[in-house]
Design a protein around this ligand. Structure first.
Ligand SMILES: [Zn+2]
Length: 116
């Protein structure tokens, strides 16, 4: 199991994620298209927030199923939280915010979120 370190740009939001990063999702919904995020979905318990939750602001839209967390200081969106269809708590990590990974080597799967 690998531990990845992630953060926003200014460091007000920092976290660790455990798991093996084998791919990411590029979604074309109205939110992801604007952010340009590449998402890695992990069970929420695999993400450990290292900074106070009050440091984050959250944005919800559409069905309000996902809390898109962002930093009010630097504006970066490092991860979101939501619930999978089976009821499991999930985190959607923006792998662009992880340290020490080769983004170009992560296979990207395109997801048609606009159609939902
Ligand atoms: Zn920040």
């Amino acid at each position: 199991m690998t531990t990845y370190h992630g953060s926003c740009h200014c460091g007000a939001i920092a976290f660790d994620v455990e798991g093996e990063l084998q791919g990411a999702v590029a979604c074309n919904c109205s939110m992801c298209q604007r952010k340009g995020s590449l998402l890695w979905f992990v069970p929420r318990p695999q993400l450990t927030l290292k900074t106070p939750p009050e440091a984050m602001r959250s944005y919800r839209f559409n069905k309000h199923l996902i809390a898109h967390h962002f930093c009010p200081t630097c504006g970066i969106h490092p991860f979101g939280e939501g619930t999978a269809p089976n009821g499991a708590a999930m985190a959607a990590v923006n792998i662009r915010c992880l340290e020490g990974i080769e983004l170009d080597q992560v296979p990207v799967q395109h997801f048609d979120g606009r159609a939902l």
